[in-house]
Design a protein. Structure first.
Length: 224
């Protein structure tokens, strides 16, 4: 699962790395992003790649406020197959949170790339109109089997899209579902590490920089 993540990259870093032509949302450092919040999402219309705000969690009724979609079970729901063919997106991040059961209080850990660079989750999006004819943009993060770094804390991890697959993933004219599904692999554990952070992360209202700092518990970085 991916139930919380951070985005601590500068806007220019994101737009340059992912070739974004238009930015239609405000940008700020985000330390503890949680479901139902508005999040920056990269998508493409024809040849124009843009970043805009989408609500994290698909709805209405058929999605049950889906914040994650397991790519191994995507064929179980026709709606996800439709979105996979036509409505794919990327969600920029610099780390996501996992939890270790340490007794009464679950210890959060932040999972990052070893080089601390920005990366993108593979996602799907939908756009629909409310009865008041207001446009609502929503998204979900695709998950897959965990690698060795994440497997101690859960049975799924978010798909972190490889750079070589980004152009095809965002291209709305690319509809080869077998090729698209092949892109949804777990990131190599040799590229990742996890470290403990403050338990204040457990509170979704806590949005301060200390969320991403190493918690002074003496734990070593967890690597492959």
């Amino acid at each position: 699962m991916c139930e919380r993540y951070s985005l601590t990259a500068e806007l220019e870093q994101i737009t340059n790395r992912y070739g974004i032509h238009k930015t239609e949302c405000t940008h700020a450092m985000r330390y503890n992003i949680s479901p139902t919040q508005e999040v920056p999402v990269i998508a493409q219309h024809k040849s124009t790649r843009y970043m805009n705000e989408f609500r994290w969690g698909l709805y209405p009724f058929w999605a049950k406020d889906s914040i994650n979609a397991d790519c191994r079970k995507i064929h179980d729901k026709p709606i996800f197959e439709r979105l996979l063919k036509k409505q794919r997106c990327l969600i920029p991040s610099t780390g996501f949170y996992a939890w270790s059961d340490q007794g009464k209080v679950k210890q959060p850990l932040r999972v990052v790339l070893r080089n601390r660079e920005v990366f993108v989750f593979a996602g799907l999006y939908d756009v629909w109109l409310t009865p008041q004819k207001e446009e609502v943009r929503t998204c979900t993060i695709l998950t897959t089997k965990p690698n060795a770094v994440v497997s101690a804390y859960g049975d799924r991890m978010p798909v972190m899209m490889q750079d070589k697959d980004i152009d095809a993933w965002l291209d709305p004219t690319f509809t080869n579902t077998a090729a698209l599904e092949w892109m949804l692999q777990p990131t190599g554990e040799h590229l990742m590490e996890a470290y403990p952070v403050t338990t204040l992360v457990n509170n979704t209202e806590h949005q301060q920089p200390d969320c991403v700092e190493v918690y002074p518990s003496g734990w070593a970085l967890i690597k492959s």
